[in-house]
Design a protein around this ligand. Sequence first.
Ligand SMILES: [Zn+2]
Length: 511
Amino acid sequence: MAPARTIVIGLDSFDLRLAEQWTAAGELPCLKHLLTTCPTVVLSTPSRVLQGTVWPSLLTGLSPGRHGSYFQSQLRNGTYALMDKFADRRVKRFYQHLGDRGVRCGIVDIPTDRPLRSMRGVQVVEWSPEFTYWHYATVPSSFARQIRSEIGENPMTTHWDSGDSQESHRKLCISLETSARMKAQLGSYLIGQTDLDLVFCVFGEAHKAGHWLWKYHDETHPDHELAPTGLKDGLRNSYRQLDRAVSQMIEGVSFEDNLIIFSDHGMQAAYRGDHLVDSILDKTGMRICDAPQSVPPPVSSTATPAQRQARQMFRNGKLAIKRRLPERALAALDRNKNAFPGMDWSRTRAFSLPTDRNSHIRVNLRGREPQGIVDPGRAYEVVLDELEGVFRSLINPLTGHEAVEEVFRVRREFPGEYADDFPDLAILWSAEAPIDAVSSPSLGEIRQRIREQRSGNHRAEGFLLARGPAFKQGAGRYQGDILQIAPTLLHLHGVPIPEHYAMSPLEVILK
Ligand SMILES: [Zn+2]
């Protein structure tokens, strides 16, 4: 008998709470069937600390401190410059370990991936991603022609701007539906290729829908708008389309093969207080900055959609050139940039770094930062203690409850050779309610409301469903971690788990 194949369907940012709510209401029939017949693993994920570490960790099997990648715009360690962070070139991805042992893989749209020219099998990068790290490419390159002629051009390949109007979001809904249908076709095609031993196909549609369509779905969201049915149900429709896509793909999966369906993390209302962080740092005297406060994102941009698209195309062009440069040349490009104008480094002990969810704070550490003033060791810990105390004491006046759910010391959470590439503190805001102000006995009240165009943001809980000869049968709830996916795949194909892997296979559901 031929060894079992493995089919993995990734549903990026497909939220388990929403999925359970809607399956209970009789929707998502395919998922409902799987949830009631297969073991379900609730996945913890490094997304709780730094959400952008999820995919690089899944790809490499490494804990974040050992790959150093957490956001598209990271501080270049040893400078005050921000760099565009691209897919890591140094560490082997899980499918390379499989390929080395003769396992042929079909890999589609794993976020933060890049093309691997020596790929055994087929690879598609960023055909319909939620965000771009690289650019659309296939291995072999001729596969792109085949996709275009047999499936078509995916509208999400060049989707650069989700806009801020009901009209643009209505168009987004149409593109997401087309994209999910096309991705299912591509996935089904690869499942039909019997010379592939493993197919790993990721859908980004629930991710995009969750960020942009949340306010139409959530009637309690302050930016909730009355919208036509298609838009009001845009998020739910996206889940329905993905349920159909999964159903279509697994029709081609034999019960002799192993099937894994997973989501890396979830989605909820985008309630956070990151826009208040610089004011908090200023009031505590941690940050001394002569420049005016950084301007929060505008309520609505005055640029026309065409202007925004032109800007994005220019940025994409610049990024396309940068991606091809070696690390040292990249450093030369950003070496002279000061990303923090007006900062008085001689008196600044801590400063904030870019983010799109948790807040990121970095200590101006002597010996690490160019003009660091905080000594390593005891003084560094004192600054972190003080900051942690400040953030933990914040109250959201709207609820009377704590505004911050957790403060993470990133170095402790993610030790490793790249720990210095990270912020020192990550602040996870409470998503219980909008955060238009914070107050504490020592700071008083700091108030500023901003409106984020992305009304949904991530919730750090993933899940995984498994079916097939290698897995336990029957429904059941288990706990696991997203970092166990890569070693599980290696285990399924008899490939030794590299010593540098952070975790072991998902034994809780393996037979
Ligand atoms: Zn996201």
